[in-house]
Design a protein around this ligand. Structure first.
Ligand SMILES: Cc1cc2nc3c(=O)[nH]c(=O)nc-3n(C[C@H](O)[C@H](O)[C@H](O)COP(=O)(O)OP(=O)(O)OC[C@H]3O[C@@H](n4cnc5c(N)ncnc54)[C@H](O)[C@@H]3O)c2cc1C
Length: 370
């Protein structure tokens, strides 16, 4: 058996890579150890950029797939500030649904899918898949945070690594807003995404891997009031939320994509948008036989999410700073609107820093003084 590109891992990144490669005419096989639809701990919010990338991949999310959201609300026990996207909408989509839609599209466009399969890498162009030898020209590691391909190819070295832990739960309750809510507290954040007309997804993210959902809810009394008595609508799932920048994402004929290639903290909500953009860039680079171009594109794609993650993680590390930032945003909601526009790539970060930075710092300081 042979294939031009072997993709190990059929999560969002692997399936998106498979689809994008087919769009460039490549012969692709995606192998995953599990059977679809595959679930994973996730906040389940697709930002406008993720929806646009899905559209380009031929996956149009419609009303039956999830619930649109129109912006973001930041809140803590005393303050609340919100901003709407100035262009586009996001969508809350159950992870199982997203996976099923991607798998359906991959199959329709001719990706060879091998689910429930065991893959043993034998060399840079050979593997055993369920005991049968498969030869390939390119190997793509799309096998998530603890990537086997990354380890096998010796690409574990990081420029930056910061780990937190996420926990996801669904509550059977009617969404009370068309925004994604990010609740801030001393030990982490809870963010709430509407995913169905009678269901919200809550992701708790913090630095303690042992913390249970009930414990988390005690930190967020306003959220507990909304969901505390509601029936739990899914199995609790946990996952590492890593901010990770690798030294290299390709070597020879091996490339990494999605969380295998590094990731941004979950609180940014940008993980999947990055996966889809990387998948597109990787397919183009493979079609042009120029994997180095993928390295550059990967860096470009990650730059803004990593900068935003750094700002948000600063707020996470210093709760007093988070409180003051929220207070400043509450007093000057136009700052938060601009911040959101930067976050989704509609405004440049440096322009924002130049125009709003001095006023923002002044507001932050005077807020502190009060
Ligand atoms: C708590 C939390 C909340 C998040 N919230 C959001 C959000 O709201 N919005 C957003 O955009 N992003 C969010 N993210 C990030 C997002 O979930 C990830 O970026 C995304 O899942 C990465 O997809 P992936 O395909 O790279 O990896 P995965 O989804 O982990 O998929 C990897 C696949 O590889 C397979 N695999 C692994 N090892 C092997 C092997 N050896 N052989 C065969 N198959 C293998 C697995 O079975 C799996 O199917 C969140 C992350 C966390 C942790």
């Amino acid at each position: 058996m042979s294939t031009e590109v072997l993709v190990l891992g059929g999560g969002p990144a692997g399936l998106a890579a498979g689809i994008a490669l087919r769009q460039h005419g490549a012969d692709v096989t995606v192998v995953d150890a599990l059977t679809p639809a595959i679930d994973k701990a996730c906040g389940e919010g697709l930002m406008p950029g993720a929806l646009a990338a899905l559209e380009r991949l031929g996956v149009s999310m419609g009303a039956a797939d999830g619930v649109p959201f129109r912006g973001i609300r930041f809140c803590d026990s005393r303050r609340s500030v919100e901003a709407r996207f100035s262009a586009g909408v996001g969508m809350g989509v159950r992870r199982l649904r997203l996976h099923a839609r991607l798998a359906e599209r991959a199959e329709a466009c001719g990706v060879k899918l091998q689910w429930n399969s065991h893959c043993q890498l034998l060399g840079p162009s050979r593997a055993l898949v369920d005991g049968e030898e498969l030869s390939f020209r390119y190997l793509v590691g799309a096998d998530g945070q603890s990537s086997t391909v990354r380890r096998w190819a010796g690409m574990e070295a990081c420029r930056k690594e910061d780990l937190r832990y996420g926990l996801r739960r669904h509550y059977r309750v009617e969404p009370w807003t068309d925004l994604v809510e990010v609740h801030w507290a001393e030990h982490g954040q809870a963010y709430v995404t509407p995913v169905a007309e009678d269901c919200v997804c809550v992701a708790f993210v913090g630095r303690d891997p042992q913390r249970e959902a009930e414990e988390w809810l005690e930190e967020f009394p306003a959220l507990a009031e909304r969901v505390g008595a509601a029936p739990v609508a899914s199995m609790q799932r946990g996952a590492v939320s890593a901010t990770r920048i690798l030294r290299e994402v390709e070597r020879g004929t091996v490339a990494l994509v999605g969380d295998a290639s590094g990731s941004v903290d979950a609180v940014t909500g940008e993980g999947m948008a990055s996966c889809f953009l990387q998948a597109e860039a990787l397919a183009k680079a493979i079609a042009e036989r120029n994997l180095e171009a993928y390295s550059h594109a990967h860096q470009r794609i990650g730059r803004l999410p990593h900068r935003m993650a750094a700002l948000l993680l600063l707020m996470d590390r210093f709760p007093a700073l988070a409180a003051r930032t929220l207070e400043t945003f509450e007093e000057r909601p136009e700052f938060f609107s601009d911040f959101l526009a930067v976050h989704i790539g509609l405004r440049g970060l440096s322009g924002f820093a130049l125009q709003r930075g001095p006023q923002f710092c002044w507001s932050l300081l005077t807020t502190t003084a009060r």
